[in-house]
Design a protein around this ligand. Structure first.
Ligand SMILES: Cc1cc2nc3c(=O)[nH]c(=O)nc-3n(C[C@H](O)[C@H](O)[C@H](O)COP(=O)(O)OP(=O)(O)OC[C@H]3O[C@@H](n4cnc5c(N)ncnc54)[C@H](O)[C@@H]3O)c2cc1C
Length: 310
């Protein structure tokens, strides 16, 4: 047969592993000539735009039992890596137990994409908009790394990404999101997630910011985690700002210092759409605004308690 573009172009092979170990074994054998495929929404855009070369082998994760769905127990929500973003977004337990994650997931793409795209694919993309929220929620990632499953803190995983690429054969199994409850010592919890893009919805992010913490009855911050990402920026924690806030009551002077610490600690990547200076200022403004709101909410709750007690 004469050669033509149609018959010289090879279609990739699609492998359908029956379980996690088989999927992992395929990946180890086929190495860089292969890719795990979940919803395929990100991979497809990367191949179409030429950002990545389509490999010869797809390892389709969608048929592996036990990797999708959401479960709850008295400690945490467990979200299977193959659970779609749409399913997470519609799940009342995610909305109730981790509103910040529900909000982050709701900001990703549009419903049609969310119905295919998975939460695992969003994490493994390394720049998914859900990642700052998962870091702040103190989520854990459970991976198949061969013979055993390994659980790693989302924050530690993201921190390691700053210096080293993850092993391509590691297969994300599930995401564990612990509940964080108010206690007698730390009676008020607060949290917020923001995504800023070039339009209101269905937009890639320029800046994402998540923060969550606890406030004591005297208004001082007992604990706080702040993370930022957006665009092609690997999400990271803003340790300098966290350190300034710990143990302190929120006030105007402190917030001025926190603003500066976010400007210094957030390391966004520039692109033709927004400079890093714009992104830093946006993140700093969002962080201090949310902190000020939590201070006002705490003051209002205190006044109400005093009135009730009077
Ligand atoms: C129109 C459009 C808009 C989008 N908007 C956004 C947006 O606003 N915010 C955002 O964050 N993303 C966005 N995305 C990107 C993408 O949809 C999401 O990141 C999505 O969650 C990826 O999930 P997926 O299942 O489709 O991943 P896939 O494309 O299947 O895979 C993504 C990567 O993860 C790997 N992978 C997938 N699952 C696993 C696993 N369980 N273990 C190990 N590796 C795995 C794949 O090998 C691949 O490298 C958009 C995409 C499109 C097409």
């Amino acid at each position: 047969m004469a050669s033509s573009p149609e018959n010289t172009m090879m279609s990739p092979s699609v492998w359908h592993p029956r379980d996690v170990t088989e999927a992992w074994t395929f990946k180890r054998l086929l190495e860089s000539d292969s890719a795990y495929v979940a919803g395929g929404t990100l991979l497809r855009t990367q191949w179409e735009s030429g950002q990545a070369t389509m490999p010869k082998h797809f390892i389709d994760l969608s048929g592996i039992p036990g990797l999708s769905g959401i479960e709850e127990d008295d400690r945490a929500l467990t979200i299977g890596a193959l659970t779609t973003l749409g399913e997470c977004r519609r799940d009342a337990r995610v909305a109730e137990r981790c509103p910040m994650l529900a909000s982050a997931i709701g900001s990703i793409a549009a419903a049609s994409v969310r119905n295919l795209a998975t939460v695992g694919g969003n994490v493994v993309s390394r720049v998914g908009d859900s990642l700052p929220a998962l870091i702040v929620c103190k989520a854990e990632f459970e991976w198949c790394t061969g013979l055993s499953a390994v659980t790693e803190d989302a924050f530690e995983w993201a921190e390691r990404l700053q210096v080293q690429l993850p092993k391509a054969s590691n297969l994300l199994l599930r995401i564990i999101v612990p509940y964080v409850k108010a206690t007698e010592l730390v009676p008020r919890r607060f949290g917020a997630y923001h995504k800023v893009g070039r339009r209101e919805a269905f937009t890639p992010s320029l800046v994402t910011v998540a923060l969550g913490g606890g406030m004591k009855a005297d208004g001082s911050i007992a604990d706080i985690t702040i993370a930022a990402g957006g665009g092609q920026t690997l999400p990271h924690r803003l340790h300098g700002a966290e350190k300034l806030l710990k143990g302190q009551p929120i006030g105007a002077e402190l917030l001025r210092d926190v603003h500066e610490a976010v400007m210094n600690g957030y390391k966004p990547k520039s692109d033709p759409f927004a400079t890093d200076a714009y992104r830093k200022k946006t993140a700093a403004n969002l962080v201090v605004t949310e902190l000020w709101k939590s201070r006002s909410a705490s003051a209002a709750a205190g006044e109400e308690a005093n009135r009730d007690g009077a």
